[in-house]
Design a protein around this ligand. Structure first.
Ligand SMILES: *[C@@H]1O[C@H](CO)[C@@H](O)[C@H](O)[C@H]1NC(C)=O
Length: 134
């Protein structure tokens, strides 16, 4: 009984200790810079992030229309996406978009404004993302 408990505790410790670095190795985001100490509104941010590319809510699974830049805004919360490669167009999937935002929040804190580069997300390369209050 005692041994099982200690073993379980140790197993959980090692799982947690090694789970976090694995996520970072996916390289979903890079160049993360936290640009404020004040968290933005959770709900407003969730609405804003679905406004990119003219809207990616519901059954829409990716940025449609191949824009050269796009903004997702709700209230005072704004997301801006621009391709890193000049002349490139954005085609980020909703999954990659939400994963990148989550990864940036892991670095900066939940709903803390940031600038970051999301891997992929455009036809040729990566995209630069800004999350800010306006
Ligand atoms: C975006 O474009 C690239 C290159 O054409 C393609 O490999 C990728 O699957 C596209 N992503 C989406 C979500 O359509």
């Amino acid at each position: 009984m005692q041994f099982a408990t200690i073993f379980y505790a140790l197993a959980m410790f090692f799982m947690c200790a090694f789970a976090a670095p694995l996520e970072v190795r996916q390289e979903t985001v890079s160049n993360v810079v936290c640009t404020s100490k004040t968290a933005l509104d959770f709900h407003t941010s969730n609405v804003a992030l679905l406004q990119i590319c003219g809207g990616i809510a519901g059954t829409i699974e990716k940025c449609e229309g191949a824009p050269t830049s796009t903004v997702g805004q709700s209230g005072n919360v704004r997301f801006t996406i621009k391709p890193v490669v000049a002349g490139d167009v954005i085609n980020i999937s909703k999954g990659r978009w939400e994963q990148g935002i989550k990864a940036a929040f892991v670095v900066c804190g939940q709903n803390i404004p940031f600038t970051a580069t999301f891997t992929g997300g455009a036809r040729e390369g990566n995209v630069n993302v800004v999350y800010e209050a306006v």
